[in-house]
Design a binder for this molecule. Sequence first.
Ligand SMILES: [Zn+2]
Ligand SMILES: [Zn+2]
Length: 260
Amino acid sequence: MLIDSHCHLDPTVFGGDAGVDEAIARARAAGVDRMITIGSGYGFESAGRALAVARRHPDVLRATVGLHPHDAKLATDDTLAELYAMADAPEVVALGEMGLDFHYDSSPRDEQRRVFRAQLAAARERQLPVIIHDRDSAGETLAVLDDEGAWEGGVLYHCYTGDVAAMEAIVSRGGYISIPGIVTFKNGDVMREVAARVPADRLLLETDSPFLTPIPFRGRRNEPAYVAYVAQKVAEVRGADVAELSEQAAANTRRFFRWE
Ligand SMILES: [Zn+2]
Ligand SMILES: [Zn+2]
């Protein structure tokens, strides 16, 4: 079994509903059995769109809803309440992606902090796991997760770009690590080292499509079918069999999202 644990199958990026359905068909043909589409990152409305796509493909898709740190400035009491109402839908398996992005600073940092903590509280209330986006927060994301007591509910660092020491800090707290196509890039040495050393029971695989297209498809739009290339490279750096590695990562994904 092969799972793309993090893709943005947003109709606004994939050429409408028909484009999304075609990408899902190509993924299934490539041996990708399940996908988690992330309802966060393309404005507040991406949550509702992800939920709709998951409802159209209940056999292979689940959704998350959340407010990306880039979009923290869009948060109002009303948008957050609407988001949390969607989180109660049976197709929604996690809240996120959420977190802190001090690289792009697309929203003021104080807004990012406030909206991150609000979503962690909402996840705790609903006993939903969370997907974390952390870019250049210099350890602050981890400190917030500690402070909010978030680890027990399930924490997944997606598109993990930190080093081995930071990975170990996450894993020692019970967190999970998801490796994207950067692991295939020429300049992906740090990520390959991390991918080689994540404990086998904490490792997930993702495309983060439509971005971060793995080699050999650089320059094209990324899509869930290409998670096979991520699996191949991660297996290679771990000296593992690709089928076994895919199966292990899929088992971790099902456990984390409680999607058996
Ligand atoms: Zn992200
Ligand atoms: Zn993402």
